[in-house]
Write a protein that binds this ligand. Structure first.
Ligand SMILES: Nc1nc2c([nH]c(=O)n2[C@@H]2O[C@H](COP(=O)(O)OP(=O)(O)OP(=O)(O)O)[C@@H](O)[C@H]2O)c(=O)[nH]1
Length: 320
């Protein structure tokens, strides 16, 4: 049996300095016209990925991208259409002012607003990747929750775009005030906050979403919070990634990649297994377990979203 062939497509998540993202409708006369997509198209035979992206953006929008990096790569099989290998790049610098050259409509959208557009079916995980940052901090599980709001704010100031509140302190009486303080300070800096494990708490406390264990995800048939809320799942295997995808999760953490003090007795996945699983995933993946900001360039060069960490991202490491 021959392997299925996939059309290699490059597309750009053009991101302006204010964080808004360009989306466009497919031009009239094309398949699935008037659904939303990210600008791009087929890579021609013998053409490089970046060269193809530059050509497509010039043809469609009269723009020349000058700085970008891989964001997410995933395969999708349209039941009545092509099988596509979508190679999506974040582009944050370009020459020119966008102009619709193919009769398409385009506009700039806040990340959350992207979830309301009628995108092509393959694009749900691409929209998730476009909305998500490269650094995902998980708060340390210690007794003194009073340090959480300051730590969250310092991390957000340092460029961490997503934070998971986690720990036994979440179940204590004072938790609500620490959480609402942390959420409002993070939000003022454009950083989102999700709560570990408890959907009711996440809703009640006005958090931006929830992060579930693989076990909690395994008993759900659909996502427990509608978009634009974020739903993340902790995964350790291909099976758990498939469950997170089936659930409609926005992202997964996958690990642990290396041995860490949090899991001293469990063997790590190792980098080769991590990359094999992450590159096969159809949702954005954060590498977790002994990871830090130094690992981000290597992960991104392979279209992986970024790193999730406690020690590697908490602002004052000596206090972890
Ligand atoms: N440019 C772009 N294509 C996408 C996205 N998502 C997605 O599934 N695709 C699929 O990737 C293919 C894009 O190739 P293309 O844009 O060169 O295709 P085309 O206009 O020539 O389409 P056609 O073959 O129907 O004439 C289409 O099958 C399209 O449905 C996206 O965000 N951007």
């Amino acid at each position: 049996m021959s392997a299925k062939s996939y059309l290699h497509i490059v597309a750009a998540v053009l991101t302006a300095q204010d964080g808004r993202i360009l989306a466009s409708t497919r031009p009239k006369g094309r398949s699935m016209s008037n659904r939303w997509e990210f600008p791009g198209g087929k890579v021609e035979s013998g053409e490089g990925r970046w060269t193809a992206l530059v050509r497509e953006l010039q043809e469609e929008l009269d723009l020349t991208p000058t700085r970008g990096r891989p964001l997410i790569r995933l395969k999708h099989d349209y039941p009545d259409g092509p099988s596509v290998d979508l190679d999506v790049w974040r582009v944050w610098d370009w020459q020119g002012v966008p102009r619709a050259r193919e009769g398409q409509v385009f506009d700039w959208f806040e990340g959350d607003a992207l979830t309301e557009l009628n995108f092509l079916a393959a694009n749900t995980p691409i929209v998730a990747a476009a909305r998500l940052p490269d650094r995902y901090l998980i708060t340390p599980d210690w007794g003194d929750a009073s340090l959480i709001p300051d730590g969250v704010e310092a991390a957000a100031r340092g460029g961490v775009g997503l934070i998971q509140l986690r720990g036994a302190w979440l179940k204590t009486g004072a938790a609500e005030s620490w959480v609402s303080e942390a959420v409002s300070r993070a939000r003022a800096l454009g950083t989102k906050v999700v709560v570990n494990g408890d959907v009711d708490l996440a809703r009640a406390w006005g958090a931006d979403g929830v992060h579930l264990s693989a076990r909690a995800a395994s008993v759900l048939e659909q996502r427990p919070m509608p978009r634009p809320a974020l739903v993340g799942v902790s995964c350790h295997s291909a099976e758990e990634l498939r469950q997170a995808e089936a659930l409609g999760a926005d992202f997964a953490t996958l690990g642990h990649v290396r041995t860490t003090p949090s899991h001293p007795h469990q063997p790590p996945l190792g980098e080769a297994t991590f990359f094999a699983l992450a590159e096969d995933a159809r949702i954005p993946v954060y590498a977790i377990g002994g990871m830090g900001t130094d690992d981000i360039p290597c992960l991104q060069s392979r279209s992986i979203q970024g790193v999730a960490a406690i020690r590697g991202l908490w602002p004052e490491r000596d206090k972890v």
